[in-house]
Design a protein around this ligand. Structure first.
Ligand code: GSH
Length: 203
């Protein structure tokens, strides 16, 4: 199978970590949705990465659909619990972590627009989502090792990708100082080989 993504996308990174944790082989095709000539809009009408092209001809998006598909494709390194109530708990947490990344991506995109077109009100609206989301996650995590369930799960991967993306694009956000338990969580998850090998490029 082929994964089309940019190396900086937190959603693409989540999928790459899931592939690594589940020992699934794949080919990566780097593409940038905002580059002229990109064929991403032909594959995903929303014009976003990541996109997974499965060997049976299916084209899958978005990242939540892709990781669900991957987790069901092999029992190795199960990341979504089988029991439905627990599975929904993990997926709700994944949605929350992804939503923080969505807000951070929107702030990043706003910063790339001409200065006179940027809206500080819009940025503050997105920042509030990030702050509420982090406060909620920190309270849920408390002193536990993993956020999603007793076991390492997809929720933890999504949260690790989100925290790393905040450091990458919004380094002044301040979550390290505000949430020591999130920092402890992040320091331990960042040591996993799947996280180390998918670090965003230094740009
Ligand atoms: N909900 C989507 C979000 C994907 C997303 O926002 N990708 C960004 C890159 S990080 C993108 O392709 N943006 C291009 C655009 O919005 O035009 C997912 O989970 O895959």
């Amino acid at each position: 199978m082929k994964l089309i993504t940019s190396y900086t996308s937190p959603f693409g990174r989540k999928v790459r970590i899931v592939l690594a944790e589940k020992c699934i082989e794949y080919q990566i095709i780097e593409d940038n949705p905002s580059a002229a000539g990109s064929n991403i809009p032909e594959l995903n009408p929303l014009g976003k990465v990541p996109i997974l092209m499965v060997d049976d001809g299916r084209t899958l998006y978005d990242s939540r659909v892709i990781v669900d598909f991957l987790d069901h494709s092999t029992p190795v390194g199960k990341l979504i619990p089988n029991e439905q109530r627990q599975a929904i708990n993990v997926k709700r947490r994944e949605a929350l972590a992804d939503g923080i990344s969505d807000a951070a991506v929107l702030i990043r995109q706003e910063s790339l627009r001409p200065a006179q077109q940027q809206s500080q009100e819009w940025v503050a609206h997105q920042q509030a989502k990030i702050e509420r989301g982090l406060a909620s996650i920190a309270a849920e995590l408390d002193e536990k090792k993993w956020w999603g369930s007793e076991q390492f799960s997809l929720a933890d991967i999504a949260l690790g990708c989100t925290l790393a993306y905040l450091d990458f694009r919004l380094p002044k956000q301040g979550w390290h100082a505000n949430y020591p338990n999130l920092l402890h969580f992040y320091n331990q998850i960042a040591e996993r080989p799947s996280f180390i090998e998918t670090s965003p490029p230094l740009i």
